[in-house]
Design a protein around this ligand. Structure first.
Ligand code: SF4
Ligand code: SF4
Length: 382
């Protein structure tokens, strides 16, 4: 087998259990071969929003703590970082909270002797990237300055890319302004291609996924926490995402970024060896997919019907006023200026490109995907 993924059971976030699972997952893929004493190891976590760990939106602090301990025992310096989407665009809500503190990451980093690297203060460096609708890209400095980069995602669904894992995690390495531009340009397939190109531009030596409690339904921010009970690790981020995809009961070929990676020869779905737990015993056959999910054949059907002007095929963003804090973040982050505040957000559906950024970044989950009867019916058909 060409690619290897370790899959280890871990029922909850009890500190010692998590450490044992992380240690075993990394030993099985022989992670120690790629580190040396004195190396700077950067853990790229998922810090999507300033929310407590039990919401299952961000990488759990116990997983981060266990990784810091693992690499510190190997005499490495450990950095932990990301840039929170609700924390880097201003707004009253963002001013009130420190995302590293609220998510429990700060406490875990201080306890285990790591160093926090907040991209908003560390800054970005120009990098060459191909096939993107941007002349140049700026990439988070800690990712480029470390000797070893570890992607540490949460196992979650995603309303635009369907799953978010080790590869999508690197989308957070570019500034919010550029993230906005790529969102503006992309439907599911186009946006997945940009995610893949950004991953290709960045170093990634290892991936370890927090799948102890993941998120199903309307991920990555509004879904429901789901007990999954696993930790996965791999030296190949696509291999890790493929196994995570299977656990979440999606066919990997239906996930555009994975399909493109397979077509480019960066992964072979048939050539992945799973070490540790038996994969079949971990698959969640009742895992709830996002309402925006379309299998490859449904996407083809929509593409054929779309030019005929069939609006009921789509899912649209809508607002629950009673949950809205009028912070204005959605207006700021909408890449096409489709939102006005009056005083609550109002969406101009003629301008809206259904990128779902508003849904992803709303700190109070006031934005949600509104489905027509037809899209609900479509979702029921496999
Ligand atoms: S919907 Fe309301 S709470 Fe959510 S981002 Fe927009 S203004 Fe802020
Ligand atoms: S309204 Fe929301 S879904 Fe529509 S373009 Fe703006 S951010 Fe994207």
């Amino acid at each position: 087998m060409k690619y290897t993924v370790s899959l280890i059971r871990c029922p909850d976030y009890e500190r010692e259990k998590v450490y044992q699972a992380v240690d075993r997952a990394l030993s099985l893929i022989r992670a120690e071969e790629i580190i040396k004493p004195g190396y700077k190891v950067f853990l790229k976590i998922n810090l999507l929003s300033a929310t407590p760990p039990e919401k299952a939106i961000t990488t759990h602090p116990e997983v981060v703590g266990a990784l810091i301990r693992y690499f510190r025992q190997k005499k490495c310096e450990v950095w932990v970082g990301d840039a929170c989407s609700t924390g880097d665009m201003g707004g009253e809500f963002a001013k009130k909270v420190d995302p590293f503190k609220v998510t429990g990451i700060k406490e875990a980093v201080e306890r285990e002797g790591g160093v926090i690297k907040n991209f908003n203060t560390e800054g970005y460096e120009k990098l060459k990237a191909e096939n993107l609708p941007l002349k140049e890209i700026y990439f988070a400095k800690p990712t480029l300055e470390a000797d070893v980069v570890v992607s540490v995602p949460k196992m979650k669904t995603h309303e635009l890319t369907y799953i978010t894992g080790a590869v999508k995690n690197f989308f957070g390495c570019i500034p919010a302004r550029e993230r906005n531009i790529l969102h503006r340009e992309g439907d599911t397939v186009k946006f997945s291609r940009y995610v893949l190109e950004l991953f290709r531009a960045s170093p990634c030596h290892l991936s370890l996924m927090d799948g102890i409690v993941g998120m199903e339904g309307e991920g990555p921010a509004r879904g429901n926490p789901r007990d999954i009970g696993v930790i996965l690790a791999s030296r190949n981020a696509h291999a890790l995402d493929t196994i995570a995809t299977l656990i979440m009961n999606f066919p990997p070929q239906d996930i555009p970024a994975l399909k493109m990676a397979q077509e480019a020869g960066e992964i072979d779905f048939q050539d992945i060896e799973v070490l540790g737990e038996e994969l079949k015993s971990c698959i969640l056959y009742d895992f709830e997919k996002p309402s925006t999910y379309r299998s490859a054949w449904k996407r083809r059907m929509i593409k054929i019907l779309a030019p005929l002007g069939v609006p009921f095929l789509n899912t649209y963003p809508a607002v629950k006023k009673e949950m809205c804090e009028k912070c204005g973040l959605c207006k700021k982050r909408c890449p096409v200026g489709a939102i006005i505040l009056s005083p609550y957000p109002v969406v101009d559906y003629k301008k809206c490109i259904r990128c779902f950024t508003c849904i992803e970044i709303c700190p109070t989950s006031a934005f949600y995907p509104l489905r027509t009867r037809f899209t609900r019916l479509l979702q029921k058909i496999r």
